[in-house]
Design a protein around this ligand. Structure first.
Ligand SMILES: C[S@@+](CC[C@H](N)C(=O)[O-])C[C@H]1O[C@@H](n2cnc3c(N)ncnc32)[C@H](O)[C@@H]1O
Length: 418
């Protein structure tokens, strides 16, 4: 199927379906491309020093930006953080761009340029500090050419946030796509969607999609989601090793798969002896094993970097000048709960997890605000006469970070001084 078929689909059914009027009541945030994640996983925590304090614009490409989720999130978070951003949103579909640009306008966001076209063509604005490509490469006739085009547009210090479909968690999707190639091979989207809905009603419980609890786009009700899932003309899914090979072909490597906790085999294996065996495996093997053991990953979110930098991206958690950044948690509230002996159950994907956090770590957490470094937290705690040595704070923070970072709740950055 041609790239034209893909364009036609997104002209008639921009995906995901979004209403610009909703911007007044909520900001959609997620991974990849949350600015705190980009700083942590891609920029080594240097966004404040290298861009904000330096007055240098942060240059991002949103490749196949669709109806604007990443573009709007990035532009809004940049503005909230006092970062001057220059964002180029490229998409094949005029209809999708119309929605995305209306959303940016509704928020009064500047610094965003929209362009109809293919990111496979050279972009004169390159190189970019960051590239978002979420849910796009698996819809290209040649994903290797897609990732190569992105790698070519990336600055050496930059990185790429990707989302690719996961093969195991999408079990049954491709069976139903195949059935629909017979029952609704072509024609207008409306009648094809109607046939797909009819088929879903009629499927037996033995059908793999009917049995798959990890796929919900066809149950939400909107036509764009259903078409994207079951009638897409170009769609493939990946296992972790396929993704690593795809990246390798473009001289890139994965820095992290998110949420990190799902990519640790031990998260899914209820057997201590087996866990000890897999804990010794190399990182890439652990990512792959976690996917195989879980069986639930219907998408993979990851940050990819030029190969030479992939293993040394995040700042170090034992550096006293590092600044802990809370994400999607209220540190004071969580610390109070932990100190009261209430350990919250966190649901990540199909996993329910109870983080282990010591009292010393919870006391450090109470002072985390995204601004104070570990050194500043230590000074405050000294005033409270709680902990005296900086090493104690750094040590307790290490344990806290090991418990909360895999959940995506605690990241790191450096201060404006570097
Ligand atoms: C599934 S949507 C994802 C949209 C968006 N990235 C998101 O996550 O919400 C895929 C988008 O990629 C666009 N697309 C596909 N191939 C493209 C290409 N070669 N150049 C630019 N856009 C492309 C489609 O038009 C569509 O809007």
């Amino acid at each position: 199927m041609s790239a034209n078929g893909v364009r036609e689909q997104y002209e008639s059914l921009p995906y995901p379906a979004r209403d610009p009027r909703d911007e007044s009541r909520r900001l959609i945030v997620g991974s990849p491309s949350h600015l705190a994640e980009i700083d942590h996983y891609v920029l080594g925590g240097r966004l404040d020093a290298g861009w904000i304090a330096a007055g240098r614009p942060f240059r991002a490409l949103v490749a196949g930006g669709g109806t604007g989720d990443a573009t709007v999130m990035l532009a809004q978070q940049a503005r909230d953080r006092g970062l001057k951003a220059e964002i180029l949103h490229v998409d094949l579909s005029d209809a999708s761009i119309a929605v995305a640009s209306a959303r940016a306008r509704a928020r009064g966001l500047d610094g965003v340029a929209f362009r109809q076209g293919s990111f496979l063509n050279p972009l004169p604005e390159a190189p970019f500090d960051y590239i978002d490509c979420c849910g796009v490469l698996h819809h290209l006739p040649d994903p290797a050419a897609g990732i190569a085009a992105l790698a070519a547009a990336l600055a050496p210090h930059g990185g790429i946030g990707l989302m690719l479909y996961g093969a195991l968690g999408r079990r049954g999707v491709y069976d139903v796509q195949e059935i629909l190639r017979t029952l609704a091979p072509d024609g207008a989207p409306g009648p094809r969607v109607a046939t797909a809905r009819r088929l879903l009603q009629a499927l037996p419980q033995t059908n793999w999609l009917a049995r798959n609890p990890f796929i919900a786009d066809h149950l939400k009700g909107d036509d764009a989601g259903l078409f994207d899932l079951l009638l897409h003309p170009v769609d493939r899914a990946y296992r972790v090793p396929d993704i690593l090979a795809l990246l390798d072909g473009a001289a890139l490597a994965a820095a992290a798969f998110l949420p990190e906790i799902l990519y640790e085999p031990g998260t899914h294996l209820a057997d201590a002896a087996l866990n000890r065996r897999v804990a010794g495996a190399a990182q890439q093997e652990r990512w792959a094993l976690a996917e195989l053991i879980s069986g639930a990953m219907s998408k993979h979110v990851l940050y990819a970097l030029p190969r030479a930098r992939a293993d040394r991206s995040p700042p170090r958690s034992d550096d006293p000048d590092v600044i802990p950044v809370p994400k999607d948690i209220d540190p004071a509230q969580l610390a109070a709960a932990l100190l009261n002996g209430q350990v919250p159950v966190v649901t990540v994907g199909a996993v329910r997890h109870r983080p282990t956090v010591s009292a010393a770590a919870a006391k450090v957490l109470a002072h985390v605000d995204g601004v104070r470094s570990l050194r500043a937290i230590h000074s405050r705690m000294q005033q409270d006469k709680r902990i005296l040595a900086l090493d104690d704070v750094v040590g307790a923070f290490g344990a806290l970070y090991a418990a909360l970072r895999p959940l995506g709740s605690l990241l790191l950055k450096r201060g404006a001084g570097g």
